[in-house]
Design a protein around this ligand. Sequence first.
Ligand code: 13P
Length: 249
Amino acid sequence: MRRPLVIGNWKMHGTRKSNLDLIAQIQVGLNSNQNCDVAVCVPFVAIPEASTAVANSSLGLGSQNIANAEQGAYTGEVSASMLAEYQCKYALVGHSERRQIYLENDELVASRYDFAIKGGLIPVLCIGETDDEREQGKTFDVVEKQLSAVIEHYGVESLSKAVLAYEPVWAIGTGKTATPEQAQEVHAFIRQLIAKQNAAIAENLIILYGGSVKPDNAKELFGQADIDGGLIGGASLQADSFLAIVNAA
Ligand code: 13P
């Protein structure tokens, strides 16, 4: 049985005060016997204070990226051991904004994924097609290629220490959610692809959906057989909408 997971991706939002307020509000609303894991991926500079705020609570902490090296001359990067010192549990890798704006390619993303695992963090590998790619009928090819980069380098077994997030780029921040059927179709494809190499890993792998998840569409999305929770952008910036999505999971 896969335990649902909901992660808030705050992206580049918030102030020191608003971040702490949001964490406190989320914690008040989290049920101690929650049947779902919940975490927030906050900006790097917010991690130290967030780490103190979430200590001894059921709210997990994560980063929005992670270095593809352990230490050294990597200006601007933050390593797994640095993040682990602040009890980060998750690290997003390969978010479409990293791929599109900062030109991170599959090899770099795969290396970040590997360093997260080696450092004891759970990489949340984000994959998904653009609008054009979907129009051209390339959705399955794109997600297969993005996933293969990781499997070829680090083996299908590495997925037992990872989480996947299917985020169609056209649905991110656009209010244009994939329908539950569209999302399920891709989730099932991903799981079957992995099952060809290792059925047990495919069965246990958590695959999140991300892209305009809101309180009013979360339940239907999370009700699909292969959707195990969500990676939430805009709606994770308000405690009430984030908690409503958590409750849907
Ligand atoms: P939105 O929920 O704002 O569409 O963002 C999704 C996302 O990119 C999460 O990583």
